[in-house]
Design a protein around this ligand. Sequence first.
Ligand code: COA
Length: 321
Amino acid sequence: MTGVICGTGSSIPVHTMDNNDIAKLVETSDEWIRERTGVVRRHIIEEETTVSMAADAARKALADSGTAPEDVDLILVSTISSNVILPCAACEVQRQIGAVNATCYDMSAACTGFVFGYCAALAYLSCGMYRTILVIGSESLSNLTNWKDRGTCILFGDGAGAAVVKAEEGTFYQPVTHSAGSLGDALTCTSRHARNAAQLPEEELYMQMDGRGVFQFAVRRVPEVIGEVLEKNQVPIGDIDWFVLHQANRRIVEAVAKRLKAPLEKFPMNLQEYGNTSSASIPILLDEMRRDGRLKAGQKIVIAGFGAGLSWGAAILDWTK
Ligand code: COA
């Protein structure tokens, strides 16, 4: 018994901001951003919210998998940027989609969130506790972005992606997950609800990042964890059709491909269109690949996430649709 992705969906804000729009806010240029990150534009919420995008992506994933909302046992929303604290985003999604029989909770694992969410789903499904799980990554990072900081505001975007994961017969691949709280200062954001928030310098209430430090961490740890997951499951690297990585930076993806000595064509990217959407990036990309026909039954996929915490992880899955 394993957890199989039976349907995907995504939800993207209508409004876009291209690099020239960013250059009106901070000293930067389209050329610099494209060259250093690969990002060309990002979608930014106006009317949409983290919850509304999550619910929209969830509805599409349910429709794609032919699942009735009442058949969902668990809704897991990974987010660091929900518009609600109480009730949790997952309960709000439940209300909006009518998944009356689901248990619902949120998880906070930043850009590793979808991978950790999939791992949690895998554990629940393989032990028989639940049979149908909605794993959603939804983010409104524009609310956490310091639009005066050129080191971060060029990178992020908003959006949501969802996957319906069901218990089905198939190969169970052990995922690999890691966290290193001792490195947490590399990417931080203090809660605006902190008791002393009013006394803090404004920038601490937005994301702050040691860009070079996070870059170095990613290009070392991501190939390492992919190697670990392949080794643990005795899957040769040549058997993998797609490496679906968290979409943070084109140079990170290229460096990972190089270190793994795997062809870059197996590393799909859509960060040029969306920027870094944290926990939403992997399910948005999977959904795009499903819809444009790149994903085919019988293919083997590695998903790998990394980000604040610091945290990182990878999982292997068989695509069966
Ligand atoms: N536009 C123009 N110049 C910029 C700039 C911008 N947006 N941001 C930084 N610079 C300048 C710096 O001031 C520095 O100038 P100096 O050499 O005169 O001091 C120069 O460009 C190099 O800065 P540096 O920070 O070393 O750039 P970089 O090549 O590391 O690129 C990032 C910066 C943020 C793009 C890169 O470090 C990165 O992508 N890191 C990973 C971040 C990430 O993915 N985080 C999320 C993980 S989930």
